[in-house]
Design a binder for this molecule. Structure first.
Ligand SMILES: C[S@@+](CC[C@H](N)C(=O)[O-])C[C@H]1O[C@@H](n2cnc3c(N)ncnc32)[C@H](O)[C@@H]1O
Length: 223
């Protein structure tokens, strides 16, 4: 999917991925990331996720990037936050109370914009991208953060023949092949969630598995 299609999706209110609560896997699994207290967490393709607030409330600085200005505007308005807005390179930068959201294309980010980041939280970002873009996404993350940073990754797995996506199916073998060069990978949870997400059943899915991965930089990894 092209970034412009996401902007249109937000305008059309096609945001079924957005949760009206903090992601329970984040609350449960984040301690395993062992991000230093007070450090900065990067949230790629962040939407208007309430996870940004949860991370901030744990004492972290949070930097997100999101292509839809509407999503970013919604995040600040819906959470009664009054941001300061300026520009940095190709991005509009909205900042308030420890949360910085960059409006623009993730693929335009530069390492200089993310110098203090110590960990990454990816929920529904990798799986928002078609297969052809997923390697590009992982390579971009590797270029932004060298050495690699501890990452919490949440994916969905289903039979891609049954639905075209997004969200796209990303199984454990693809996670391995995308990340093994720089990370040691642990699949820490995996749960069948089709009963909790019945609209996916009506789209033809017979199984929908949500998985949580802890990616720890491999010893000696400098990419
Ligand atoms: C499936 S949503 C997940 C949002 C968020 N992570 C969450 O958990 O609610 C994917 C998000 O990525 C954004 N997006 C897609 N491509 C992007 C890009 N190239 N740069 C920045 N944001 C992008 C979309 O607008 C959308 O909000």
């Amino acid at each position: 999917m092209k970034p412009e299609s996401w902007i249109e999706r937000w305008k059309a209110g096609q945001t079924g991925f957005h949760l009206s609560h903090t992601n329970p896997w984040l609350e449960k699994c984040w301690p395993q990331v062992a991000a230093p207290a007070g450090s900065t967490v990067f949230v790629p393709l962040c939407g208007k996720s309430l996870d940004l607030l949860w991370l901030r409330d744990q004492g972290y600085e949070v930097i997100g990037v999101e292509i839809s200005r509407l999503a970013v505007k919604g995040f600040f308005a819906e959470n009664a936050l009054q941001p300061q807005i300026d520009h940095i390179e190709n991005f509009e930068r909205w900042r308030c109370d420890g949360i910085t959201l960059l409006v623009g294309d993730f693929f335009d980010l530069t390492p200089q914009m993310l110098v203090d980041v110590a960990s990454v939280y990816d929920r529904a970002s990798l799986i928002a991208l078609p297969e052809t873009m997923r390697l590009e996404y992982v390579e971009k993350i590797a270029a932004l953060f060298a050495p690699a940073l501890p990452t919490l990754l949440i994916t969905l797995e289903y039979d891609q023949q049954q639905m075209s996506g997004p969200p796209f199916a990303v199984g454990s073998s693809e996670v391995e092949s995308l990340y093994r060069q720089c990370f040691s990978i642990s699949q820490i949870y995996s749960e069948q969630i089709l009963d909790a997400e019945p609209h996916f059943r009506s789209k033809g899915l017979t199984s929908l598995i949500e998985s949580v991965y802890l990616l720890k930089p491999s010893v000696g990894s400098n990419q």
